[in-house]
Ligand binder design. Structure first.
Ligand code: NAD
Length: 345
């Protein structure tokens, strides 16, 4: 049985990915290493925690000796690296931890994998999960391609760009089979309720104002989280070492369109929309050209936006306990996200 180390598996995308792997590959086991920061949620994997192919270790990716133990205690055949500080607004308020986790943590993980794998690079894989935000902001008619220069604008995207460059360097310098994925905004079940879609759903359900940054015309390309998981899996299975793969949904929406869609599905009035002061350095538009992964690896998104957003909203309606507990737990971390004005990732 092959063993994959998933970092950050208790977060939004990581937990969806762990579930995706366990349900699609009966011969693969998963070790989830997560530090359980405010964004790590034990409820995200409650349904599979008894699966004999799943194990969990609470540990920080920056802790070199613990990461070494992970590799010496068991034969790890692959790494899918999600663990990160992921919220732009938090990176503006406090950038330091973004450098530590996203840059230093990634380098530590790459380095212990290098030590452990140095005699078997031909039988292992390392996927570093990154973001389209590293490319910066677009004008009206262009698209991010893998050849677009990295030009990050927020401390979050700068830290992700830094980690991407370490991933590249570990392939170029040591010959390690590392691939980088850069995906657009994800949506779907288990997204922490500080990000745009859950914030809007939860505020709308409480008939509270829906805070929209600036003029609401910032454009994001939205991808259903399961499609992101299948794309990462495709890169893990078939990607070429050293390559970057863009992943997108061909599904551009302005923030205001997204918010109106949510209100419409929930049958709530648009009068709940409240424009608030813009985010500092707010990127105007992200749009992904995912031709490379489509042509070279045969991946394309399978969930249409209408279906994906309805499924997502239904999930939040059906799993009220999940997000009420998450809001409560946030208070233990000293913040009240039920009054958050956060938007987007
Ligand atoms: P998330 O914030 O929901 O989850 C992050 C997880 O990492 C949490 O479980 C947290 O506890 C864990 N973590 C944080 N610091 C850690 C550390 N030092 N050691 C071990 N674990 C740690 O994030 P997400 O939205 O699921 O994003 C996952 C990855 O995907 C990130 O790398 C992010 O940059 C990338 N990404 C996210 C999106 C998106 O729309 N959410 C889009 C593209 C790429």
């Amino acid at each position: 049985m092959k063993k994959i180390l998933v970092t950050g598996g208790a977060g939004f995308i990581g937990s969806n990915y762990v579930r995706y792997i366990l349900s699609n590959y009966p011969d693969v086991s998963v070790l989830n290493v997560d530090a359980m920061t405010y964004a790590g949620n034990p409820d995200n994997l409650a349904d599979i925690s008894d699966d004999p192919r799943y194990s969990f270790l609470k540990a920080d990716i920056c802790d070199r000796s613990r990461m070494r133990e992970v590799f010496t205690d068991s034969d790890i055949d692959g790494v899918v690296h999600f663990a990160a500080e992921s919220h732009v607004d938090r990176s503006i308020a406090g950038p330091d931890v973004f450098v530590v986790t996203n840059v230093v943590g990634t380098q530590v993980l790459l380095d212990v994998a290098r030590e452990a794998w140095k005699d078997r690079y031909d039988s292992v894989r390392f996927v570093h999960v990154s973001t389209d935000e590293v490319y910066g902001s677009l004008g009206e008619n262009d698209f991010f391609r893998e050849t677009t220069p990295v030009s990050p604008n927020s401390p979050y995207s700068a830290s992700k760009a830094g980690s991407d460059l370490f991933a590249r360097a570990y392939c170029r310098t040591y010959g390690m089979p590392v691939m980088v994925t850069r995906c657009s905004n994800n949506y779907g079940p288990y997204q922490y309720p500080e990000k745009l879609i859950p914030v809007m759903i939860i505020n709308a359900l409480h008939d509270r104002p829906l805070p929209v940054y600036g003029d609401g015309m910032n454009v994001r390309d939205w991808l259903y989280v399961e499609d992101h998981c299948s794309a990462i899996d495709r890169v893990f299975q078939r990607g070429t070492a050293g390559e970057v793969y863009n992943i997108g949904g061909n599904n551009e929406k302005t923030n205001i369109e997204m918010v109106k869609t949510i209100l419409n599905v929930l049958g709530k009035p648009e009068s709940l929309i409240t424009f608030v002061g813009d985010r500092m350095g707010h990127d105007r538009r992200y749009a992904i050209d995912s031709t490379k992964i489509q042509n070279e690896l045969g991946w394309s998104p399978s969930v249409q936006f209408k279906e994906g957003i309805e499924r997502t909203i239904q999930w939040y309606l059906d799993n009220r306990d999940w997000w009420e507990r998450a809001l409560e737990r946030a208070k233990d971390w000293g913040f009240d996200i039920s009054i958050s004005q956060s938007l987007a990732k």
